[in-house]
Design a protein. Structure first.
Length: 578
């Protein structure tokens, strides 16, 4: 533990301590809210950034968790203040929460910067909330830790284990085919998501909270605790205690966060079979910390660490099983040889000390290197592809793809917009076979805008009727972490900014070779140059709203899709305005 910070050094004292008319107003207005002077003076002020919302089911319990944090902060000698922030909960936000990830990152940073905050507890957990809040807090660089919302309880429907998101897509195809009834569909709708919390599969939510936990942003193992478990509010309370200690220790991100911490996150990402979305978020978070992290770093780790967590969509278990089996620390212990165990995060304890006490109680759910869910030769959590279609990279969850498509050549079927895809995909006269490569473009960061989760493109109904359940699909969009299939994602540069994907035409042969990391269209260079000269953007250019700011400043997927004025290879932190 570092030397204790003096009271006079606390950031909040610049608001409350001086004998000035401005400080008088700060003290006066705080008392206006019913606080006694003794309750907030000469104490560290702890900001609780809360993404609770009535339209965010994953975060619907975070008001109660904020109260647990508060009572612990009071008990530890701090002054807790709750600050509501944009709730980027999935499902009910259109067109995509990815459009607003950077908004929440900016809001988190500015809330912390503009108020008398000495340390922060970040309450979130649904997909984009974790990277967004961490990006903002890393840039602000005050003591902070993340309190995850936690996954929902396990689900079953008519005796069958069901995972949120994963089985929605599976049963939707069965409904399209008439294999289940509308009554079945409605019954499933009310039964699948049976408690508070994030998806109970290893979707983007648990992927990002697990990665954040592995990096060191949480109390160790906190990411595995189910939202409805009594240990979850206890964990929230422990966050309140720890953040007060961190303020006195001045344990801010710049004092502990290194490339090795992020590489620990990458190793865990591969072991848990995490969402392809993490490839974007990890880069964005690392760049906020001034750490160089690339797709190649992830591709390298993917050749060493196979999918070990037996969780949907790669396996057949759910997050509650993972927790009862020992949780994230148990999984990390099984890949300890790939981790930098001298790293310490917000707990202040080195990882090797934390793993020494970790135990696994379910070797079927939390597997070791000798019994992977998917052996490396059959696929990995992340494959990075490059070629004349994706010179800066595309990604694929090869462990979730049909092995028959690991090396494939097929004709392209191109859709310029999501609406066109929706209108035509079930046309019985659609010229498509199982070998066709279905392409959706203009769905990237600029083109959509916001890079929606459209990447798990539907299988044409005429093929579903023939028993086809997978085919090669490609897009500059993203895919939900709960989904699966032979889907090539994040094609960079995207079509809307003139990337090669914009030049593909229906009928062109597409070549995929996952083992070689290749993605090409078999079109000669002279023809590509002719098409490039004829290229005209077809996406809508926004003139106002946050979407306009987003289109003007968002970077491409391989750079984290952060705003160019917020992201830098070198950490740049503005001085406090106050």
């Amino acid at each position: 533990m570092s030397e204790k910070k003096a009271l006079s050094e606390l950031r909040s004292q610049r608001w409350y301590a001086p004998n000035s008319i401005r400080a008088f107003a700060h003290r006066q207005r705080t008392q206006q809210m019913g606080m006694r002077r003794e309750e907030f003076m000469n104490k560290p002020v702890i900001g609780i950034i809360n993404t609770w919302s009535d339209l965010s089911p994953c975060h619907s319990h975070l008001r109660e968790r904020a109260e647990a944090v508060k009572r612990a902060v009071w008990a530890a000698g701090g002054y807790p203040v709750e600050l509501p922030a944009l709730s980027v909960g999935e499902v009910l936000v259109k067109p995509t929460t990815m459009l607003y990830r950077n908004f929440l990152a900016m809001e988190t940073e500015e809330l912390l910067r503009s108020h008398p905050i000495d340390g922060a507890v970040l309450l979130g957990g649904c997909d984009k909330s974790t990277p967004a809040m961490l990006m903002g807090a890393i840039s602000m660089d005050i003591p902070m830790l993340f309190c995850p919302a936690g996954p929902m309880s396990n689900g079953k429907w008519r005796g069958t284990t069901t995972g949120a998101g994963t089985h929605t897509k599976k049963y939707w195809d069965e409904l399209r085919l008439g294999n289940i009834t509308q009554h079945d569909w409605i019954d499933l709708e009310g039964a699948m998501t049976r408690s508070i919390g994030t998806c109970n599969t290893m979707g983007t939510a648990s992927t990002m909270t697990s990665i954040a936990d592995a990096i060191g942003f949480m109390l160790p193992g906190a990411s595995s605790i189910p939202a409805a478990d009594s240990r979850h509010p206890q964990m929230a309370s422990a966050c309140g205690t720890r953040i007060v200690e961190m303020v006195w220790e001045d344990l801010k991100p710049s004092k502990w966060l290194t490339r090795e911490h992020f590489l620990n996150g990458v190793a865990v990402y591969m072991a848990i079979g995490g969402s392809t979305n993490a490839a974007i978020h990890l880069i964005a978070m690392a760049r906020r910390a001034g750490v160089e992290l690339t797709l190649d770093d992830m591709a390298d780790m993917a050749t060493k660490v196979p999918v070990l967590a037996n969780l949907f969509p790669s396996g057949d278990k759910l997050m509650e099983d993972f927790f009862f089996g020992g949780g994230l620390l148990a999984q990390m212990k099984k890949i300890e040889q790939f981790l930098h165990t001298d790293c310490a995060g917000v707990s202040g304890k080195p990882l090797k000390e934390l793993l020494a006490n970790a135990e696994c109680y379910d070797d079927e759910t939390i597997r070791g290197l000798d019994n992977p869910v998917v052996p490396l030769e059959k696929g990995a959590t992340l494959a990075v592809l490059r070629g004349n279609l994706a010179p800066r990279g595309a990604v694929m969850k090869s462990s979730a793809a049909n092995p028959k498509f690991r090396k494939h050549v097929g004709p392209a079927l191109v859709f310029d917009t999501h609406q066109e895809l929706s209108d035509r995909i079930d046309d019985p006269n659609l010229d498509v076979t199982e070998d066709t490569v279905v392409i959706l473009r203009n769905a990237g960061p600029v083109g959509a805008p916001g890079m929606p989760e459209w990447g798990n493109l539907p299988i044409p109904k005429k093929l579903l009727e023939k028993g086809v359940r997978d085919m090669v699909r490609m897009t500059d969009a993203r895919m939900s972490g709960t989904h699966y299939g032979s889907c090539i994602l994040h094609v960079t540069p995207e079509a809307a900014v003139g990337g090669p994907l914009a030049l593909v035409r229906t009928g062109d042969l597409i070549e995929l070779d996952i083992a070689a990391g290749k993605l090409n269209m078999i079109v000669d260079d002279e023809e590509l140059e002719r098409r490039r000269a004829e290229f005209k953007p077809v996406h809508h250019q926004y003139a106002r709203s946050f979407a306009a700011l987003y289109q003007q400043h968002v970077t491409q997927a391989d750079e984290g899709c952060d705003f160019d004025f917020l992201q830098s290879p070198v950490a740049v932190r503005e001085p406090d305005i106050f």
